[in-house]
Design a protein around this ligand. Sequence first.
Ligand SMILES: Nc1ncnc2c1ncn2[C@@H]1O[C@H](COP(=O)(O)OP(=O)(O)O)[C@@H](O)[C@H]1O
Ligand SMILES: [Mg+2]
Length: 309
Amino acid sequence: MTGTVVETRGLTRRFGDKTAVDHVDLRIAPGEIYGFLGPNGSGKTTLMRMMTGLLTPSEGSATVLGTDLPGNAEPLKQAIGYMTQNFSHYRDLTVRENLGFVGNIYGVPRRDLSARIDELLVTYDLVGQADQRVGGMSGGQRQKMALAAAVLHRPKLLFLDEPTSAVDPETRRNFWEQLFDLVDEGASIIVSTHFMDEAERCHRIAILERGVKRIDGAPPALMRDLPAQVVEVTGRDMRGAKARLDPAPEVLSTAQIGARLRVLLRPDLDRPEAVVRTILGAREDVSAEQVDPNLEDVFVAATTPELAA
Ligand SMILES: Nc1ncnc2c1ncn2[C@@H]1O[C@H](COP(=O)(O)OP(=O)(O)O)[C@@H](O)[C@H]1O
Ligand SMILES: [Mg+2]
């Protein structure tokens, strides 16, 4: 394999009249954490299922770890791990029993399996839960077990579908430490998320909207190359400020975030904060300041039709 673990070419999936994934072209390099960022229904799960060989594309093709899809996906199964969006293990079995079950599916030799499970229990901090039934565990513990199950057979490529949706921020941080450890050990990871902070940790991301890839790249480059300038407005009556800014031709979009208003303006304006102040009129109680773009701005710009040229 030279330089690519996944390549998709016009990958498309329709369900009836609905196009869930629409001509997506991707190239994913080894040793990366590659993120799919998009809201619910943007096609993240469908895209992953096609890449794992579980779902047949309606159109287009992919090469995953050298296996061409559509085609015989059997060789791929041993080489990939897949943590599904919904917990897909047995709630009536213990952690150890579930991991044993997964090990048997992957054909891990009996003599190696119990040592491997012990190792995973330590790595994923599950020693105390080893003989507990999964049904009674917390979301965070279940998530750790699901990750342990996905990596049990040491896959080269790991698919994680919204792995941290159901856990608290601290568990989420720890989970990401584990992902970086896996990458250090040589794995490549594809992860879907709708959290900006999580997307920002990825080496590269693709932003998806309604099945279409709007933009892809490394988060710092995407922020640097944003085709807009960002001004943050604070003060009273942000709804009124938004109502005045939205129709202005210099303004590309506005989004209220708590007590602040995040304003994207045309990239060619000289002093965007002054433009904002002029539009709002002389108001002592409002401040406008140019700020560096963040990933949320990139997301907004990529999904705003006038901006996504
Ligand atoms: N098996 C299916 N049958 C019909 N529609 C589906 C099916 N799977 C997904 N979809 C539709 O495809 C779109 C993308 O879904 P999905 O890939 O699950 O998005 P995401 O994972 O980003 O939330 C949604 O509109 C969803 O309703
Ligand atoms: Mg999904």
